[in-house]
Design a binder for this molecule. Structure first.
Ligand SMILES: CC(C)(COP(=O)(O)OP(=O)(O)OC[C@H]1O[C@@H](n2cnc3c(N)ncnc32)[C@H](O)[C@@H]1OP(=O)(O)O)[C@@H](O)C(=O)NCCC(=O)NCCS
Length: 205
């Protein structure tokens, strides 16, 4: 499950360049805010820390699914030094009155079956209801589909997390109670039709 159990990274973890063309996108939200969506980079550590610090305790709890007080250096490295063979993390960056800020992040890790991934998302409390979460999820699904060639995306949220479950439902996810833990709901959707899944992959490098 992509949540609070961020493991400390090993020193020699391979990290591929993430500033690849095609993975970044400029969006204009319905309210007119311009936002850049791009893969997170190692030099985003400070911005990511600032972002997590600005989240309300409630948002932090819903995202990490645990009462996280602060981000340890190991966790911060794990969140910002992504291995493109196994995962993706898209940050949303916007110009605000306080300067350029990270205002959201959506990520996934590829699961053991190598065909599906598990996502997590969190948006700055001040940017709720702006359509940013939908843009982040749309880009994340596109990258999972076209860059990693994945067939399905899933996630887990608390059963009372109506904002997440509503967003997922409106984006085509099937929300099912977790049979082993009724406080959780599993969200899952296919990224391709069954016919596309059996076709040979034509992934970009
Ligand atoms: C989950 C999260 C990213 C959603 O972003 P958001 O900005 O709150 O979502 P929005 O308000 O834009 O809502 C998006 C959609 O969700 C649905 N939705 C929102 N609030 C809802 C509610 N209370 N009940 C049902 N559906 C709801 C609607 O379909 C809405 O679409 P619309 O804007 O076209 O009406 C955000 O709430 C967040 O960061 N939460 C904390 C972290 C978290 O819970 N992460 C999930 C676990 S990984």
């Amino acid at each position: 499950m992509t949540q609070h159990t961020e493991q400390p990274s090993s020193a020699a973890r391979p990290v591929r360049r993430v500033d690849r063309p095609g993975l970044s996108r400029q969006v204009c939200l319905p309210g007119g805010q311009a936002v850049t969506l791009r893969p997170i980079r190692p030099d985003d550590e400070e911005a990511e820390l600032d972002f997590v610090h600005r989240l309300s305790p409630d948002s932090r709890y819903l995202r990490f699914m645990a009462p996280i007080k602060d981000v340890t250096p190991a966790m911060l490295e794990r969140l910002t030094h992504i291995d493109l063979d196994k995962e993706m993390a898209l940050v949303a960056v916007a110009s605000t009155a306080e300067g350029e800020r990270q205002v959201g992040v959506a990520r996934y890790s590829i699961l053991e079956d190598a065909r599906s991934c598990e996502f997590a998302i969190v948006v700055d409390d001040l940017w709720r209801g702006t359509g940013l979460a939908r843009e982040l999820m749309t880009s994340l699904m596109d990258i999972a589909r076209h860059y990693h060639g994945l067939e399905a995306m899933e996630g887990v949220a608390f059963a009372d997390n109506q904002r997440m479950l509503g967003l997922a439902h409106s984006m085509g996810f099937r929300n099912m109670p977790d049979p082993e833990d009724r406080s959780l709901v599993r969200m899952r959707r296919r990224l391709r039709s069954p016919a596309e899944s059996s076709a040979p992959s034509t992934l970009p490098g």
